[in-house]
Design a protein around this ligand. Structure first.
Ligand code: SF4
Length: 353
């Protein structure tokens, strides 16, 4: 069996940063319970690993004792939640991805300028709850074109759309086209809201899925961008399965399958991909090819709230950097260590943002 590994896959800059925030806090506050509001990133393994190190994940701030340390997850929170944390004298460390913050800032700016905001995304997703909270009175969530007739529009020329960062670009384009048709005066955000990591992982699947009989996406079911990768593959005619790890693989999926494409959502740890690949090689033999479609170089620094906390506790944040690994190199080293032959195919068409 031939195994193709999509690159880019797995952790994005925002996820590296958010995970590093909790790692650094465990390091600098060994005697305190660290509370994290919502899953730090949408991945079961990441959350379970932190739980085993004593981190408490909560869905209500009322679960955090007054004066304790709380981390806001990568998906962002509403200003109302920040205010509640301040009122309760919680020490809040903000691990919101800067690309989510960018959408929050757009919402604030347009609301101040008197616009109504049409927020394209999944109403129950943590990111949409947070962004909507920036301007709740003038924001309406649009999940699909069927929502458009029910929108309450005051002035169709004072209307802007923003989007969730992890949508399928195909789905978003359909909704945005329908919105533009309904409201020709609709304003666009100043720059694309769907983030570079979502876009690049989807582009890689679009480029590589036609070469495969089956696509395996490593990621959790509540990870929006992971689910979108399976949908994109299915839409292109290649069956896809979303798995949290190798234990979910089923023999019957591989009957008559010659080529498998493996990718991973932006919150899925690379060691899970490595173990899954090794399991497939051991079960079915075959070649491993890493197909590079885009190279990503985006990095985020530690958030200001964490640096501030470090200074308050007499720790110099200078020189503390978010740890980031190259998935391709790590996979190459892992395969070498297990004596698995592999090669890299460079399909890079342009440098990623
Ligand atoms: S998927 Fe995009 S928006 Fe979400 S954490 Fe990663 S880089 Fe940030």
């Amino acid at each position: 069996m031939k195994l193709i590994l999509a690159n880019p896959r797995g952790f994005c800059a925002g996820v590296y940063m958010a995970i590093d925030v909790v790692d650094q806090l465990l390091d600098i506050c060994p005697d305190e319970t660290i509370y994290v509001y919502h899953e730090i990133v949408h991945n079961r393994h990441v959350v379970d690993r932190f739980k085993s190190r004593g981190v408490r994940f909560i869905e209500e701030l009322s679960e955090v004792p007054d004066g304790s340390l709380v981390v806001f997850s990568a998906h962002g929170v509403s200003p109302a939640l920040r205010a509640e944390a301040a009122k309760r004298h919680l020490t809040a460390v903000d691990a919101t991805c800067p690309l989510v913050t960018k959408v929050h800032n757009e919402a604030i700016r347009y609301a101040k300028a008197g616009y109504q905001i049409l927020l394209v995304g999944h109403a129950d997703h943590q990111e949409i709850i947070g962004t909507r909270g920036e301007a709740p009175d003038c924001t309406q969530v649009v999940e699909c074109p069927e929502d458009i007739p029910g929108l309450m529009i005051k002035d169709p020329n004072k209307l802007v759309y923003l989007t969730q960062t992890t949508l399928s670009t195909d789905d978003a384009n359909v909704i945005i086209a329908a919105l533009k048709k309904a409201f020709p005066g609709l304003k666009e955000p100043p720059s694309e809201d769907i983030c570079y990591a979502t876009t690049n992982r989807q582009r890689a699947v679009r480029a590589l899925a036609p070469k495969a009989d089956l696509v395996l996406v490593v990621g959790s079911r509540n990870s929006s961008n992971s689910v979108r990768l399976t949908e994109i593959s299915e839409n292109m005619g290649t069956p896809a399965r979303l798995v949290d790890d190798r234990s979910e693989l089923r023999k019957e999926w591989f009957e008559g399958v010659g080529t498998v494409l493996v990718t991973a959502g932006a919150s899925a740890p690379e060691d899970l991909v490595q173990e899954l690949i090794l399991e497939l090689v051991q079960a079915y033999g075959g070649e491993v090819e890493q197909h590079d479609v885009y190279h990503e170089e985006v990095e985020f620094g530690l958030p200001g709230t964490l640096k501030e906390l470090m200074r308050r506790r007499g720790i110099d944040p200078t020189g503390r950097r978010v740890v980031r690994k190259d998935a391709d190199q790590a996979m190459g080293a892992w395969l070498d260590r297990h004596g698995v032959a592999h090669r890299t195919v460079d399909l890079t068409v342009s440098a990623a943002k």
